[in-house]
Every structure is written in structure tokens, then in C-alpha cells.
Write a protein that binds this ligand. Structure first.
Ligand SMILES: Cc1cc2nc3c(=O)[nH]c(=O)nc-3n(C[C@H](O)[C@H](O)[C@H](O)COP(=O)(O)O)c2cc1C
Length: 349
């Protein structure tokens, strides 16, 4: 089958996307993932009403840097007019590379007002939203969705075809239903069926934890691009590793501990420079720290210390101390190599 083309310029034939994730895929992490091989990034979902009413918290999340391109701004809402207004504003004020519509969010607060995956109960409304957003912006409009509202209404191919007919230019599937939330596993067969059925590029998403998983999903589904969410936590280099596997090249090693900490500190510095509230930013960053040290010897203790940090200087101090411990640990001959993030068993030294 002829390869489908993306409606904006992508640096690789089979682009690797950083998934939109509220509280995670913010500007610093998006830039970091780009540096480590992500081809396309998407903002976290932003309320169309919030954008339209110029809610400052929402508007501030629309900021992005030139090096984040190609970037999509993701919007959600159940009112076609509000969605169209939001898309027009985003286009005029921020000019991202595409506008993405969230039809997948399972969170109650969003679904209750028929936003996110709530729309999947009313496919006429979904079509209306895509059509009015497409009319309101010259940018490509893309969609991200789940396989259906519940098992009974599970119909990824039917949903995908209707979204394509309404004007979606790229279709991303997190192959779970809304009622599944994050339980069970994503059904990669459904991604394969959709990739086969659509004329527009299809992105596969769900349960990629390692670069090998990304390659397996690509081979299994024939998707046109791959989207990684939680698998990027604490290991943004997963994109570069996956790219090497896609290209049939040897996979770059997972960075050794000192390098991993350097990436974490670089991430922290980017956050510090970006956020106005320094203490709030440090508290919010604790979750990333926990992910960066996952699987290291004595990581439970290290995590406990990092979970109490109130500023970034403290992080640097804790890392320096840990590296001294780690060098000693290695000198005693315990691990023969740096532990990999997938080696999650070694909790105590
Ligand atoms: C913390 C968190 C926040 C998320 N926020 C969004 C969001 O704002 N928009 C969206 O479309 N999906 C969101 N998702 C769903 C992810 O984009 C992705 O579809 C899902 O996590 C499955 O992919 P994964 O297994 O690679 O993580 C979120 C997921 C998580 C874990």
C-alpha cells in the first residue's frame, strides 16, 4: 500500500509522537523529548471554553517554543461553535502546525459534559465538531480517540471512517474503550484494522513501555506513526532508541546512571526557566524525579529523598551523593553494568 502522507512536514517517514498528557507533555518535557528523538509533540488537552474565554491558566499552556515544532495544540469540548472559536484563536495567536481534537479523555469531569471520549456516544456530534473546527482553521485538524465508549459500542473502524469523512487528517487510536480507562491492555489488532481501512495516516498508541514495544507495534499494526505516552516517563531517549530499531540500526544503549541524572537535571533546569512559581515547579517535578531513578540500586531510599525536595539545588546535591554511593556500589562489583530502566527488581543495595 502507498505510504500515506502527513499534512505537515515530519522529519521521519514513520514519525514518533510524544502523546498529549495533562501535567506531563508541557513545554519543557516536549522540548526534551524532541532533543531525544521525538518527531512530533502535542500539548496536553486544553478546554475550548477556557481558550475562548481567555482563561489565563489555559492560555499560558498554549505557549511553545520554535524548537517544539512540529507541534499540535489539543483542544476538547462538546460544543462545535466553542471548538471552532477556540481553533480559530489558537491558529491566529499561536500558529501551531496542527490542531488536534481530543475524543479520548476518559476523565469524569470532562466526559460528564460530553467532552473527550464522552462524544463517542454521539457520533453525529463528533462529525459536527470535526467539520466546524476544520472550517474555522486553515491548519490540518487531527483527532485522537479511543476504540469506543464501552465494549458494546466498541467500533474503532466505524468511528475512524466517520472521523475521516468529517475531515480529520490524521487519526490516533488509543485502543481501549472509555470504560476500560487504563485497565487491561490496548488492542493492537484494532490499530492494524484501522490502519488498513483509512486513507489518512493512523497513529498507534497504547502500552509502549520499551523501544522494542514500539517496534513490535509498528510491525504488528502497519501504522503510519507511533505515539508514546507513559513509556517516555523518565526515559525520553526511548524515542531515539525506537527510531534506531525502526531504521534497522543497532539500538543506542540506555544512558548510564550519571548521564541519566544529567538528563534529569537538564529537564529540571528547563522547568525552572519556564515556570514562574519556583517552589510549585519543584514540587510538581518530584514525579519526574521518581521516574528518572526507577530501577536503580537503593532507589526506594533515593526516591523517598527526592520526594521531599523543595528546590532544584537539592536535587543536584542528592544526585551527587547518590553517584558517590553508586560508584562505590559498582566498585564492590555488584552490578556488572548500569541497570536498565526495565530492570526493576533491584530495590535494595
Ligand atoms: C497522566 C496522563 C495524562 C493524559 N492526558 C491526556 C491528554 O491531555 N490528552 C489526550 O489525548 N490523552 C491524554 N492521555 C492519554 C495518553 O495520551 C495515551 O493515550 C495513553 O496514556 C495511552 O498511551 P501509553 O500507554 O503510551 O501511555 C493521558 C494519559 C496520562 C497517563
Amino acid at each position: 500500500m502507498a505510504r500515506k502522507t502527513f499534512p505537515f512536514s515530519v522529519p521521519n517517514r514513520t514519525p514518533l509522537y510524544l502523546a498529549p498528557m495533562a501535567g506531563i507533555s508541557e513545554s519543557p518535557f516536549r522540548r526534551l523529548c524532541h532533543q531525544h528523538g521525538a518527531d512530533v509533540v502535542v500539548t496536553e488537552f486544553l478546554s475550548a471554553e477556557g481558550i475562548r474565554r481567555e482563561n489565563q491558566a489555559t492560555i499560558s499552556k498554549l505557549r511553545f517554543a520554535a524548537e517544539e515544532r512540529p507541534i499540535g495544540v489539543q483542544i476538547f469540548g462538546a460544543d462545535p461553535k466553542a471548538m471552532a472559536d477556540a481553533a480559530a484563536m489558537v491558529t491566529d495567536l499561536f500558529a501551531p502546525d496542527f490542531v488536534d481534537i481530543n475524543f479520548g479523555c476518559p476523565v469524569k469531569k470532562v466526559v460528564r459534559r460530553n467532552g473527550g471520549s464522552g462524544c463517542l456516544k454521539d457520533m453525529d456530534l463528533v462529525e459536527d465538531i470535526i467539520r466546524s473546527v476544520s472550517r474555522a482553521t486553515p491548519l490540518p485538524v487531527t483527532v485522537k480517540t479511543r476504540s469506543g465508549w464501552n465494549e458494546e459500542m466498541r467500533d474503532p473502524v466505524g468511528i475512524a471512517l466517520r472521523m475521516q469523512d468529517a475531515g480529520a487528517r490524521v487519526f490516533a487510536l488509543h485502543a481501549r474503550t472509555r470504560t476500560q480507562m487504563y485497565s487491561g491492555s490496548a488492542n493492537w489488532d484494532e490499530i492494524a484494522m484501522v490502519a488498513q481501512a483509512l486513507d489518512i495516516p493512523v497513529l498507534g498508541n497504547g502500552d509502549i513501555k520499551t523501544p522494542q514495544d514500539a517496534k513490535r507495534m509498528l510491525d504488528h499494526t502497519g501504522a503510519d506513526g507511533i505515539m508514546i505516552g507513559r513509556g517516555s516517563y523518565g526515559q525520553p531517549w526511548i524515542f531515539r532508541q525506537a527510531r534506531a530499531l525502526f531504521d534497522g540500526q543497532p539500538m543506542p544503549d540506555t544512558p548510564p546512571v550519571a548521564e541519566r541524572f544529567a538528563v534529569a537535571l537538564e529537564h529540571a533546569r528547563m522547568v525552572q526557566a519556564y515556570e514562574v512559581d519556583a517552589v510549585g515547579a519543584a514540587l510538581e517535578f518530584r514525579k519526574h524525579l521518581g521516574w528518572y531513578v526507577k530501577g536503580l540500586p537503593n532507589s526506594a531510599d533515593l526516591r523517598a529523598r527526592l520526594h521531599q525536595v523543595r528546590d532544584f539545588a537539592e536535587v543536584e546535591r542528592i544526585f551527587t551523593e547518590y553517584l558517590a554511593f553508586y560508584d562505590d556500589y559498582v566498585a564492590r562489583g555488584v552490578p556488572s553494568r548500569d541497570p536498565d530502566v526495565s530492570d526493576l527488581t533491584c530495590e535494595a543495595a
